[in-house]
Design a protein around this ligand. Sequence first.
Ligand SMILES: Cc1cc2nc3c(=O)[nH]c(=O)nc-3n(C[C@H](O)[C@H](O)[C@H](O)COP(=O)(O)OP(=O)(O)OC[C@H]3O[C@@H](n4cnc5c(N)ncnc54)[C@H](O)[C@@H]3O)c2cc1C
Length: 376
Amino acid sequence: MRKKYDVAVVGAGPIGSYTAYQLADKGFDVCLLDEKENIGEDVICAGVISKQAFKRYDLPSKSILSRIDSVTFISPSGQRLEYIPQDIFTYVVSRKIFDRGLLKTAKKVGVDVYLKQHVINIKESSKYYTIICTKKRYRSKTVVLATGVNYELHTKIGLSKPSKFLYGSQIEMPMSFSQSNIQIHLGQKFAPGSFGWVIPAGNNSSRVGVIVHKKGRIWLEKMLEQRLNFSVEKLNKDDLKLKPIAYGSVKRSVKGNILALGEAAGQVKTTTGGGIFYGLLCSEIAVDKLTKTIKNGCSLNDYELAWHSALVSEFDIGKRLRKIARTLDDEKIENLFNFVKRNRFWVELLVPRIDFDYHSNFIFFCLKSFGLMSKA
Ligand SMILES: Cc1cc2nc3c(=O)[nH]c(=O)nc-3n(C[C@H](O)[C@H](O)[C@H](O)COP(=O)(O)OP(=O)(O)OC[C@H]3O[C@@H](n4cnc5c(N)ncnc54)[C@H](O)[C@@H]3O)c2cc1C
């Protein structure tokens, strides 16, 4: 344990690797630790990442499996509403290639990567932190926790975890739908208060999933049987994957010179459960604040203020939408579809407000239109 790093990043998911890359690129001594032996293996994710995110950040384009140019919303009875923007607006990626690509980029700029390192605690001494793994220890002036939905370190070092979770359940299976269209399925019989998806994942396979408040696997089975007429008897049940998704931010994401980032800080869309864009956005903020901390000894508390003000209205409106969605029975959902079909003028006002990564403008407009703001 001789070397003392400027930053130790715990977690080599996309947000940890991208943060390590940015910091090393600025000339800092950075190490990146992950308990996995093979990064990108067994990741449970639909892999939908906006074209905007690819434009703004240096992301591995080799990971792109499908280019999406339309979304179809399907009501409980099967009514369809198409959203067809002028161009491709989002991509579907292979998380294996995506995560490994980001790790490779980090290594290229000099990040020291240590795999099979399960971090079990972090101890503070007067001048640095000791990052304690099962067998080894590392020293660093600052620490970034990018551990995803694993909050065991948070509790030990005095950071909080999200107060609630949603559950994402998904299966990847051979199913040939359009390779450039995403289907969003609505209905209380398979995704109560929420939604299910069918997403093209290249090679005539699709990712079918639901995001729900509990019992994810059971609702996914219902979605497969009742929505897609697919007998779950034919499936290996182990292929139905399940993972919690942070619902809302952690209250405390900074302790001394340690900060939490990405899903480890709850930086996930409260509407869809997407975490990669917000994680990358907050990574930019974290890198700026860490630079000031390492160079000038500034406090990291600014990080929390900065990322909260960037995302708080998005989190808030997403939660309001989910609260209302839980009160909508299938008949009310059908009525909403009928309303949209009948009111082209309203749709023309709505469309310019649609943004793949920022949903507040669009949701606010919908809630206002239906007089639901007071109920949310
Ligand atoms: C079903 C489902 C569908 C989703 N679909 C999308 C989507 O389409 N688009 C999107 O943007 N997001 C989606 N998400 C969310 C997205 O997958 C996460 O937000 C994203 O992976 C978070 O990235 P991260 O780098 O913060 O954490 P992670 O990707 O979870 O990486 C955390 C890393 O930390 C490591 N680690 C954890 N604890 C320790 C420890 N103690 N010691 C060492 N290493 C540790 C882990 O091994 C892991 O490699 C989905 C999630 C689910 C469940």
